[in-house]
Design a protein around this ligand. Sequence first.
Ligand code: HEM
Length: 469
Amino acid sequence: MEHRSHSVATLRSARLLPRPAKAVPELPGGWPLIGHLPDFLKDPVSMLSRGWRERGELFRFRLGPREFVLFTGPEAHDFYFRASEDQLNAKAVYQFTVPIFGRGVAYDASPELMDEQLGFLFPALREAAMCRFARIMFEETSQFADALGDDGEVDLPHAMNELTVKIASRCLIGQEVRDQVDTGFAEAYHDLQKGINTLGFFLPRLPTAAHRSRDRARRRVAELFSRIMKKRRRSGACPDDFMQALMNARYKDGRALSDDEITGILLTALFAGQHTSAVLATWTGLELLSAPSYLARVRDEIREVYREEGAMSLASLKRQVVLENAVRENERLHPPLIMLIRKVLKPVRYRDHIVPAGTLAMVSPAVSHRLPHLFANPERFSPERFDPPACEDKQHQYALIGFGGGKHVCMGKHFAYLQLKAIWTVLLDRFDLHLDTAFPAPNYGSWVTGPETPCRLRYRRRSQANIVQ
Ligand code: HEM
């Protein structure tokens, strides 16, 4: 008997026999029926970080009737992002987007079809398009800055939202939609956004007032996009933008996309890219203006780069590494999507643990970006951590996951970085800026985590700008 158990242990240590699977450890402190819901609603990042400290890279907890498992740390992320769609499934979780993006598109399509649909956008994000986007980002931010006048005060999140809607509608859809931002499109888009709420996450088709205005807005947007497409077809106009890329695209079987599919894919890109960018732009401003010595380095870099380059371009923005590290540090400290979720369709085994089917599997960029063995003094805003020799982001492919990973990795990361750098370069070049609020706490009440509002920003125009118009 002793001999037999010894040989099983030997086989196991030689990894010839799998170790017996154990249940995922549970986070203590949950209430009957509601589980950890109260702590989660108050401050999900503190609750989940406590879970990591007490239970390690995998633990389970309940929010009401739903059982969740959090995967934390680069190895656990690697496993999570590599899992196949029939194990960890995104489509089942993102059903609340279907009334907005539409039937047969994105999370209402099979994973293969969704890949094909989003794949049509890649050519519209290539280097040549980025050169054009850099100019558009500069023009839109300059116009925005001109409209502010010489001095005054704005609510920063509101201002960043307005500006990024203009940039995103022009770059991610087309000029005609940008031209209608102030005459109806922004309003319809806002109604669509209000359709993303906690109730909608669980019951996206429930006929509430918010869902009814969401559905009306979806019809208005579809009519607008359809009108623009018809006009383009009639006139033969062929602008180089996302809408045209989709109008010219063909599925593998040779079929053209319907107007409704094109509308849905454009809305997918807009929803994925606009609010997230607005929020990260806001955090970037807040942190920079609260760190005077780093801000001085950013301003020095702007002076130096534009003394040589003159105008803003993709090339000039690429040279701004001091600013880029500030954006990266904001991706780390304030990832707009604090949780990514998948439904477990088939039981999955990670190390010794089995995660049962039906569980919701989660990674949390906000928790993982605060792991003290990866990021020194993790609560501190310190963009220098990305400089050599530390290069804290390069320790593992999945140390920083603010833009996700694996097959659902964000396709707009370079666009987002470019946009944030263009916005803050123009604003810092034109104005002296001062925050008139204490540093705000995160507002966890929304799907995309921005700061509590208002965040008052005072501005005064500088006598000389470095960037040539
Ligand atoms: C600061 C800005 C942005 C942040 C923080 C961000 C973050 C993310 C994250 C975390 C994911 C993965 C979601 C998941 O795994 O469940 C994602 C996916 C995606 N992002 Fe972004 N994103 C940003 C900007 C953009 C932009 C500008 C675009 C458009 C060009 C975009 C398009 C997409 C799309 C289409 C997906 C879905 C990919 C898929 O499921 O295959 N994002 N984004």
